[in-house]
Ligand binder design. Structure first.
Ligand code: YXS
Length: 259
């Protein structure tokens, strides 16, 4: 059974993440279907894409599929990890991607949502960035995506508490563009997309790529990169990282002892 539903209408492409029984956990299989759909949208000259979950869900996406995270000793978020592939696919898609958000957005799914160009959420939606809950050392590109969108004190609070923040706070901080009630959000999002698809697709594609390149333009020396990778390795080599995975799989609270 497909894990997503897609539709194209009036140059607007829609991807519905539809693996509800696993709360749209971002598995390799789900991500592959999303990226293939984006490839098809690109071939069909789609001028705006909408990424959503089914109407009325309680969870937009539960984040990275924890069952697919490697055991300790291997970087869980390396360049070719499917979560990284999805974030890049959204950021490099040559047209606006609008996140239509109902329900909770968890872990790496927050970065996926934030990687979208415009975010519209219902009042009940929440956003929780949860590496600390699992003992995962988030990767540098991912931290940069978050840093570019979330003020540092709030990002630190979200990372250190792993607790959800409400949509109202996300709107106040400019992390999302609009809050719309569930009964209005779909019409609003497609009206927004309709205003985009009539404009120059070449101009929009170039400006989106300029913003992507400029927001990632940070001078970082090989020494600095290796130092940060070394710090991350201490974490994904640790007993705590394994404890986080084991606790999730055993459906119990983790007991982190800092080693
Ligand atoms: O027990 P079954 O087989 O029915 O499966 C359950 C859950 O195990 C499964 N599921 C997941 N499987 C893999 N990866 C996940 N992230 C994940 N989340 C859920 O879906 C089935 C239904 O889940 P259940 O019973 O808990 O649903 P619920 O409605 O009671 O609760 C929904 C959530 C989202 C509040 C709850 O599932 C939850 O807290 N999920 C984990 C959220 C989370 O911590 N995500 C971060 C994943 S790690 C990640 O994204 C990055 C690597 S990082 O850590 O760096 O951010």
């Amino acid at each position: 059974m497909p894990l997503i539903l897609t539709e194209t209408r009036d140059a607007i492409g829609t991807i519905v993440m539809n693996h509800v029984q696993k709360r749209n956990a971002l598995s390799d299989a789900l991500i592959e279907e999303i990226t293939l759909a984006l490839d098809r949208f690109r071939e069909d000259n789609i001028r705006a894409a909408v990424l959503r979950a089914p109407v009325g869900v309680k969870v937009w996406s539960a984040g990275h599929d924890v069952s697919e995270l490697p055991d300790r000793g291997r970087d869980p978020l390396g360049w070719s990890d499917s979560l990284r592939v999805l974030v890049r696919a959204i950021q490099e898609f040559p047209a606006p991607v609008i996140a239509l958000i109902e329900g909770g957005v968890w872990g790496g799914a927050c970065e996926v949502a934030i990687a979208c160009d415009v975010l519209v959420a219902t009042p009940e939606a929440t956003f929780a960035i949860t590496p600390a809950k699992l003992g995962v050392p988030y990767n540098l590109g991912g931290v940069l995506t978050l840093m570019n969108m979330i003020p540092l004190p709030v990002l630190k609070e979200m990372l250190f508490t792993a607790q959800p923040i409400p949509t109202a706070q996300a709107l106040n901080l400019g992390i999302i563009n609009y809050i719309k009630p569930a009964e209005e959000i779909e019409a609003f999002v497609y009206d927004l997309a309709a205003h985009m698809v009539v404009n120059s697709p070449l101009s929009i594609a170039v400006m989106k790529e300029e913003l992507r390149l400029l927001s990632g333009a940070h001078a970082i020396t090989p020494d600095l990169f290796e130092r940060m990778q070394g710090l991350r390795r201490v974490v994904y080599d640790s007993h705590d990282y394994q404890e986080g995975l084991d606790a999730f799989r055993e459906k119990r609270k983790p007991r982190f002892d800092g080693r």
